[in-house]
Every structure is written in structure tokens, then in C-alpha cells.
Design a binder for this molecule. Structure first.
Ligand SMILES: *Cc1c(COP(=O)(O)O)cnc(C)c1O
Length: 409
């Protein structure tokens, strides 16, 4: 036994649930959160011990749900770099800006973290098929890890989801359906299929307890990589919000482990103006979001009109003195390009949204020029080739390249 997992807990009522059988939502219809025997974990999970462990997210195995190491399904996910962005940071008045680059994990997005842990634990508990709706990246990641684990995988995604994720699902042998609608519509179709088939688990966002456990490792890594300190603010592109809820959960666990003190980073939920249910709820002082009408943004991974875990995102943002902010598509695409040219980092549009938000929060004074600000780039720009228009001269074979380069922007 490598995990200190003790039980599951309803995120609304606190009721305890058995962690060693397959579970979905609580009776209150809320996500279940994994709880650990922290004292037991702390005996072997120490900063010193970590130094000698492999550089994957499984280094935090005591605080992950997989009981038997033999059940771990891995492609080397985790321990992504925290990249300083000095040139770009100076441009926007945040010289201490850094970016944790999740574009470097298998399948090119941080969704691999949730899939690695979720699939491993599902297989450990005897699940033989997983089914989910997705905006693209979660589907590619779960299809990939399901293939590796030998599980069947059923995916439904909006027709408008990035085309590459279809290819990844097909390549890894998933059963894939395209839906002429949004992720919620795909979710209804999946739920009906799961009910009918009986031998699939519905692993939709927060409908099973372990995807968040994989995503929380971003929080553990940030703290470990910063030498067991925390930054002043973390910006996260928020769709379902699992990454942000996970980072907050990790921070609270690390406080209990004694790795960090009372001060937590301000957690900032970044959304697109075309789909900003969390931002609206935050501004209105509400604990839950309302379904966002006509949701639409190029940052497709954050098109979630009514996140199931909205109340947990809002709690994390408020408890840390953070905020929620929406940016428009033109701004996030402009920042995506600017940071690539300034720093050599080709990020996803959702990461661009975090940079646009950092710029605006610096302008408004919410962030100061001395703050250590960390943005999450949740995926590789390579997965979104259509976000960069390529308008360059085509030369005939006997043509000529100009003697001097054009003036820099
Ligand atoms: C899924 C996704 C997000 C949003 O993640 P949540 O944890 O569901 O909020 C952000 N960026 C990218 C690239 C994604 O694929």
C-alpha cells in the first residue's frame, strides 16, 4: 500500500463514503473529494524523500488514490517546467512573471494528469470501460490512458472541438461520437449510454472523485519547484474548474503536511467573455453560477456554461483573496502570439487568456510589479494550429528572398 487514502467526502454535506468501491456523485448530487490520513502520509512523504523520486506526478503517491503501485498507468506525466517570462513580463509590468508549461505532458495538455490518476484508480477498482463528454483535450487524454490500461473508452465531443482531439481518440481506439451542441449536450448523451450499457463508468468532470486528484499535482509541483514556498498569485484558465479546485485542495493538504504556512497564493479564475459563468457569479456575490447563454470562445477548453464544481471554484477564489476575470478572444489571441515571439513559448489559447488577464490585473492594480505571478499554460500551442493565421510570401523556385529582413514588430 502506497496511498494514504482514507475515505471520500461529499463536498456539500461532508458525509463520508467508502473509497474502495466505484463511486460517482454523492447523494446530494455533489462531487466527492478524496481524503487522506495526513499523518501517515507525512511519515514517508517529506521534502527530503521527494528529492530522490522519479520526476512524474506519482512522486506524491502517498497523497494520490492508487493503492498498489502495480496499478499505475503512466506515460511519464508531470514535473513540467516553471519557465520565467522576463521579456514578456517586463512588457506587461510583471517582471517576476513565470509560466508552468503543461503543454509538455503526454497528449499536450494538463488533462493527462487527471486521466493518468483517474484511469489508474478506475482500473484498480475493477472498472472495464470509461465514458465521458469532452471539449477535446480530456477526451484525448482519457482515450490515451484508457488504451494504455486496456480499458474500453467512449467519448462524445462537440463538432466544434479542436480537430486534433478527434484524431487522438481515433488513433488510440476510442469509440467516438461528434455532437452538434455543447459539452452539456454531449454529457446527456453519455449519461444515457452509460445507464443503458451498464458496464461503463461515467467519468465526466467531477462525477468521479479521482480526476481532480491527478490535477491537484500541479499545486504540489508548484510548491516543490519553488523550494516549498508559494507565489503571490496563480492564474488558471477555468472551464470546469477542476485544475483550480485541485490546486486549492493541494495547497490545503500541504498546509496540513507542514510544507507551507498560512499564506496562500491568490487564486485567479480566468474565463473568456464568451463563456464567463464563474466571473458573473463572483461579481454578483453568488455561491453558484447560472448557465451562461450562447457560450462561445476560441479558447474551447474553457467553454463550460454551467460547471458542476462552480461553488468549489468560487470558494477557492474567495478564500485566497483571489478574483475572477473574463478576457475577450482578440486579446487572448494577441497575447498568445506576443509571448511566443517574446519568449519562444507557443502556448494554447487558454494559456493566452491567463496572460491577457495578468496584463489587465496589472493595469487595474490588483497585481503589483513586485508580485511573483504564475500562470498555468494548460496546453501546447501545437494542438491549435488554426489559432495563428499564417500569411507569408510564397516564392517561385527562381524567386528571391529580400536582402534585408523586414523591420521587427
Ligand atoms: C480543459 C481545459 C481547461 C480547463 O480546465 P478545467 O480544469 O476543466 O477548468 C483549460 N485549458 C485547456 C487547454 C483545457 O483543455
Amino acid at each position: 500500500m502506497i496511498s494514504a487514502l482514507s475515505h471520500l467526502e461529499c463536498s456539500r454535506t461532508g458525509k463520508r463514503y467508502d473509497a474502495d468501491v466505484v463511486q460517482g456523485l454523492s447523494e446530494a448530487g455533489a462531487p466527492l473529494l478524496a481524503r487522506y490520513d495526513i499523518e501517515r502520509a507525512a511519515r514517508t512523504l517529506t521534502p527530503q524523500a521527494l528529492a530522490g523520486r522519479p520526476s512524474t506526478l506519482w512522486r506524491y503517491r502517498e497523497m494520490l488514490p492508487v493503492r498498489d503501485a502495480a496499478n499505475i498507468v503512466s506515460l511519464g506525466e508531470g514535473m513540467t517546467p516553471i519557465v520565467p517570462l522576463p521579456r514578456y513580463g517586463n512588457r506587461i509590468g510583471l517582471p517576476r512573471l513565470t509560466m508552468k508549461d503543461e503543454g509538455l505532458v503526454p497528449t499536450g495538455s494538463f488533462k493527462a494528469r487527471g486521466a493518468a490518476v483517474g484511469v489508474s484508480r478506475a482500473a484498480e477498482l475493477g472498472v472495464t470501460g470509461v465514458a465521458m463528454p469532452t471539449n477535446g483535450n480530456a477526451g484525448s487524454a482519457w482515450a490515451t490512458y484508457a488504451a494504455r490500461a486496456g480499458l474500453r473508452c467512449l467519448i462524445a465531443m462537440p463538432v466544434a472541438a479542436p480537430a486534433i482531439s478527434r484524431t487522438e481518440c481515433v488513433a488510440t481506439g476510442a469509440e467516438l461520437y461528434l455532437v452538434d451542441g455543447l459539452i452539456g449536450d454531449a454529457g446527456r448523451l453519455v449519461a444515457a449510454a452509460v445507464a443503458e450499457r451498464g458496464d461503463y463508468q461515467d467519468v465526466s468532470t467531477l462525477k468521479e472523485p479521482y480526476r481532480i486528484e491527478g490535477k491537484k499535482t500541479m499545486g504540489y509541483e508548484i510548491v516543490e519547484q519553488l523550494g516549498f514556498t508559494v507565489p503571490d498569485a496563480i492564474l488558471y484558465p477555468t472551464g470546469g474548474g477542476v485544475g483550480l479546485i485541485g490546486i486549492y485542495k493541494a495547497l490545503r493538504e500541504m498546509q496540513e503536511l507542514g510544507w507551507i504556512g498560512d499564506r496562500l497564493p491568490r487564486l485567479i479564475a480566468v474565463q473568456a467573455e464568451g463563456c464567463a459563468p464563474i466571473v458573473e457569479a463572483f461579481r454578483a456575490g453568488r455561491d453558484e453560477s447560472e448557465p451562461f447563454p450562447d457560450a462561445r470562445t476560441v479558447a474551447f477548453g474553457i467553454t463550460v456554461p454551467k460547471p458542476l464544481g462552480d461553488f468549489l471554484v468560487l470558494e477557492a477564489v474567495r478564500a485566497t483573496g483571489g478574483t475572477a476575470i473574463a478576457v475577450n478572444d482578440a486579446d487572448l489571441l494577441a497575447e498568445q502570439r506576443r509571448v511566443a515571439a517574446d519568449e519562444g513559448t507557443f502556448i494554447c489559447p487558454e494559456g493566452g487568456a491567463c496572460l491577457a488577464a495578468a496584463r489587465q490585473l496589472r493595469e487595474s492594480g490588483f497585481l503589483s510589479g513586485t508580485d511573483d505571478v504564475l500562470v498555468l499554460n494548460t496546453g501546447a500551442g501545437l494542438k491549435y494550429p488554426e489559432t495563428i493565421p499564417v500569411d507569408v510570401p510564397a516564392l517561385p523556385v527562381d524567386g528571391r528572398i529580400p536582402a534585408a529582413a523586414p523591420a521587427l514588430r
